[in-house]
Design a protein around this ligand. Sequence first.
Ligand code: MGD
Ligand code: MGD
Ligand code: MO
Length: 695
Amino acid sequence: MSPDATAERVVRAACPHDCPDTCAMRVTVADDRVIRIQGDPEHPPTHGALCTKVSRYAERVEHPERVLHPLKRVGPKGRGEFVRVGWDEALADIAQRLGAIAARDPQAILPYSYAGTMGLIQGESMAARFFHRLGASLLDRTICASAGGAGLQATYGGKLGMHLEHFADSRLIVIWGSNSIASNLHFWTFAQQAKRGGAKLWCIDPRRTETADKCHRHLALRPGTDGALALALMHELIAHDWLDPDYIARHVDGWDELRERALQWPPERAAPVCGVAAEDIRELARDYGSTQPAAIRLNYGMQRVRGGGNAVRLVALLPCLTGAWRHPAGGLLLSASSWFLRAVDHAALQRPDLLAGRRPRTVNMSTIGDDLLRDGSAAFGPRIEAVVVYNSNPVAVAPESPKVARGFAREDLFTVVLEHFLTDTADHADYVLPATTQLEHLDLHTSYGHTYLQLNQPAITPRGEARPNTQVFRELAVRLGFDDACFADTDEAMARQALRPETGITFEGLQASGWAKLPLPEAPFADGGFFTASGKADARGADYVPNYESAESSPALAERYPLAMISPPARHFLNSTFVNVKSLRGIEGEPLVEIHPDDAAPRGIESGTLVRVFNGRGSYRCKAEVSTRARPGVVNGLGIWWRKLGVDGTNVNELTHQQLTDLGRAPSFYDCLVEVVADASGPGEPAAAAAAVAA
Ligand SMILES: Nc1nc2c(c(=O)[nH]1)N[C@H]1C(S)=C(S)[C@@H](COP(=O)(O)OP(=O)(O)OC[C@H]3O[C@@H](n4cnc5c(=O)[nH]c(N)nc54)[C@H](O)[C@@H]3O)O[C@H]1N2
Ligand SMILES: Nc1nc2c(c(=O)[nH]1)N[C@H]1C(S)=C(S)[C@@H](COP(=O)(O)OP(=O)(O)OC[C@H]3O[C@@H](n4cnc5c(=O)[nH]c(N)nc54)[C@H](O)[C@@H]3O)O[C@H]1N2
Ligand SMILES: [Mo]
């Protein structure tokens, strides 16, 4: 250790989590230990503040249950019984097993990853190169945002939106399908500034969230009816002449067609569909049509239903009809991701050219339950024989988890999981490989909620024998005889390759300051210039698409399972990450379902009652919380708990299904009918009851 290793120093880092805020962090270390983690006060989106979860990041890094050595399965599949092995032994065996499968058909190997870290380097860089070179199946990464992403793409030509900071100057903010205080906290600061400046805040959310409590008005619509609401708002904009005809004429394609459709949706028609009062729709339309600048903070919560893609399209067209885009503080933000395409070259990181003309099949991560259980066929391709999981916990987070768990429990499936902890997925592995955390590796970060590029520099040495994801794939490449020069690139070399010279953002610049703002206009669509081929916002074909599961679309099903269930994020977890951090789990308490008093009373349910939530797919037990946070007819199962920490080893995804959204091939987690009954029976019994229901 160098003589000054015990002196305190501050390392510039970035929060790795799947959250729109992507905070800039300052990590104070001494003697290879973390002393403090703080938000960077100079980074405008972070403005010095971190959320409760990430200010405790060191607790996760130094967690006593962290996986610090490679582990090899000894017990039956899924039991989580392992012995410690050396890296050489593990990598040699993994390379041999994957090589043998690839010799038959590399498409029988499936990489499975999502956004455990949002970093471009520990995400899809060396891993993508490795799987491209191998010719493995490609993964369609749809589990979170692809319905809304496709909606934005179809409408604006990209995932493009307002600058976060300008929300502070808006006069009206519609927070739509977003519990900002829980999942987009740094946006909330800007919304509060606007509120103090006199702005009116509306919240559109089936759940009365902590965010809804702090807005002036809350519209608690039924899940999956946002498209109908948007059409009714358009109806009112037309009826009251609150449109900007000049902006529409120059910058919107397909308005005549959309206008016809909107005229069929007076508030009286939308009100019973949405389950809200027509008068409230009128009031929202009046506010939106007569206030400038007006901004919409849309979030992904509203696109996890069958019609999610179209709903995003319709909402994204609202600021094009009123000309809100003319102002820096007007418009809409769902995602800012595509702005970063100007700064970051993803192909340089992922090297799709290594496919060398091969076109492997694509497997949708959202149907992993069905796909792991599928036999080979002409339509599907070969049966999946091996899965390599990194940055994800599919057994907990993917829809219809009874099937996902059964798939991962296949004795003939070879599974490798790169992880920090023994998650529900890691429990099913043949090998668990210890991964470094954000404080131990280098990474480069874009953001979906702001417009700053960031560099994460390692602050401490890897704990135990943990290795960065990149290192694992580098070594597997060597063992499989891949001698392309790109497999020798270091993490820093890849970060440098990713930076396009055009924006003037350099690696050295990022090293010095930690972050750089993308050079972009303040009001990006003030004079049109959408990224579509025509340069216009595209309204063609956008329409309301009802849910798969609702009283309107499936009345017979709704008779058996009369309650709609949504399962939005828990504030103190990040998807299924942090569920094992005791202090945070302590705040969340235990798995619960919120139910409105009018739904609870006839079922004999009180707060604290152990209930069984079930449908034809499965059964999940948790505590009930009788609360007006739930609207009548809708129950809220909060957070993605680890199954093994649940009452019967299950979580909310026991009940969700694998049907895909209208656009983007995404799951429809919040398009789900259930029934809830009090059930204090012993463990094991509910599963039998559910089987009876299914049969
Ligand atoms: N603390 C915390 N922060 C997170 C996450 C987390 O798990 N915990 N998850 C992260 C991830 S992965 C993502 S994708 C982002 C964004 O994640 P989002 O899922 O957008 O997260 P929220 O904003 O919390 O939730 C969206 C809100 O939408 C509401 N909602 C559900 N169905 C509908 C509907 O049909 N219509 C409307 N209008 N609203 C509906 C829910 O009640 C919820 O309050 O947040 C990220 N941030
Ligand atoms: N019912 C229901 N289900 C949902 C949702 C919902 O709202 N309701 N939300 C959906 C959404 S929006 C999303 S984004 C998905 C999230 O699904 P995932 O992306 O799978 O997210 P996490 O559950 O947080 O799991 C990420 C895992 O990555 C690991 N990890 C973190 N950093 C690293 C690293 O550097 N290397 C390696 N090897 N591992 C790392 C973490 O330890 C963690 O176990 O879940 C979806 N599932
Ligand atoms: Mo997500």
